[in-house]
Design a protein around this ligand. Structure first.
Ligand code: EPS
Length: 385
């Protein structure tokens, strides 16, 4: 129905995406896309690269007079840092490939296995693509997906649940745009202070910190996704989307792993019925997904990000070419990118939700999708009564 491919290296010219299958007639809010990109660059603990970049999306194809026209949409984000890497990263024969070479692989990064697998002498050829810089274009694509979802009253929020050893008590009433003007995108101000302190300590020690982020999706009708086949299950697709983000090592939906520790009587959401309201739940332990389909409650997904593998106090490594003992390469990095990862995950989830949404209601133009959507809502309302 809808698909995209994206490309780009961290210090190349830029990042690009081609999106195919968006209905015609979708208003494209470029400011909203750039707002998401700016939030991705933010958060306490970010490093030097974010001082160089000011990510802005350029729309190259598929949009006219502010609306999609049904043809593939091409997005581009230019890397400002390219100016400093033009010789080294040049596509022309004769590029300065003897400069900024990387031969000491970082534990936890793609460097070592990637170097062997792709048969490179310079591990820069791996890290350039494995870098989390790539998440900028995924955010742009997801932000465009949010443009579409907004037409149907679907809203997504993301926030930081923990950083290092600091755990927040989330306050869902604080999920609003102002949250992203705060240093760590956390709804609990006490936890925020402790998180900032822990990031600063890690930075002083040349160390890095991971954390847990959560995405909440409001406004989805029941029945998005399906139980009938493995590759169309919405919980499975969401897990793939989250786990494909750099440094993410875990994903939970609703109660997640906690559901495995309690008896069934405390793990499920009992069903109630009220005339006029229809079927409803008093709890949302399943995170809005039952049988791999939305059940009408907010969808709640959490992702665990490990600490970034580039440490200014590097870990033990061995030279890729000489095999000599050494310390891992230090590529400029962030002490903590967990707040940024919340924005990345929000947009990765937005894309996956859009895929399943259009699988159900898809059409070639916005009016057609709206007709499909409204007629389904009428049907659900009738069944509920
Ligand atoms: C990032 C850009 C990168 C890193 C970071 C995320 O830029 P540079 O390598 O030029 O500093 O700051 O990526 C990593 C730490 C990593 O290990 O991949 C970005 O745009 O988010």
């Amino acid at each position: 129905m809808v698909r995209y491919l994206e490309a780009g290296e961290s210090h190349g010219k830029g990042l690009v995406a081609i999106i195919e299958g968006l209905p015609a007639g979708i208003p494209v809010d470029i400011d909203a896309i750039n707002w998401q990109l700016a939030r991705r660059q933010g958060g306490h603990g970010r490093g030097g690269r974010m001082k160089i970049e000011k990510d802005q999306v350029e729309i190259i194809t598929g949009v006219r007079d502010g609306k999609t026209i049904g043809s593939p949409v091409t997005l581009m984000i230019h890397n400002k840092d390219w100016a400093n890497w033009e010789q080294i990263m040049s596509s022309e024969p004769g590029a300065a490939i003897d400069q900024k070479t990387v031969t000491l692989p970082r534990p936890g990064h793609a460097d070592l296995t990637g170097g062997i697998k792709y048969n490179h002498q310079d591990l820069r050829n791996i890290l350039e693509r494995a870098s989390a810089r790539e998440t900028a274009i995924r955010v742009a694509v997801g932000a465009l997906a949010q443009n579409v979802l907004k037409q149907f009253g679907v809203e997504l929020w993301s926030h930081v649940v923990s950083i290092g050893s600091v755990q927040a008590q989330p306050d869902y009433a604080n999920l609003n745009d102002a949250l992203y003007d705060t240093p760590v995108y956390c709804t609990d101000s006490d936890a925020e202070k402790a998180m900032i302190a822990e990031i600063d300590t890690a930075k002083e020690h040349g160390d890095t910190l991971g954390g847990v982020v959560e995405v909440v999706v409001h406004g989805l009708p029941l029945g998005i996704g399906t139980y009938v086949h493995y590759d169309r299950k919405l919980d499975g697709k969401l897990a793939q989307a989250v786990m494909s983000i750099q440094a993410f090592k875990g994903v939970e939906i609703g109660m997640g792993f906690e559901a495995a520790r309690v008896p069934g009587s405390q793990a499920h959401d009992e069903i109630f019925y009220e005339a006029g309201r229809g079927f409803y739940h008093k709890t949302n332990r399943c995170g809005g997904l039952e049988g791999s389909m939305t059940n009408g409650e907010p969808v709640i997904v959490r992702g665990a990000m490990k600490p970034i593998p580039t440490l200014y106090q590097p870990l033990h490594s061995a030279d890729f070419l000489t095999h000599a003992e050494g310390l891992a390469s230090v590529e400029r990095s962030d002490a903590c990118a967990v707040p940024a990862a919340a924005i990345v995950m929000q947009n990765a989830v937005a894309w996956t939700i859009l895929e399943s949404f259009l699988e159900k209601f898809g059409g070639d133009n916005l009016d057609e999708v709206k007709r499909n959507y409204n007629s389904y809502l009428d049907y659900v309302k009738a069944v509920m009564q």
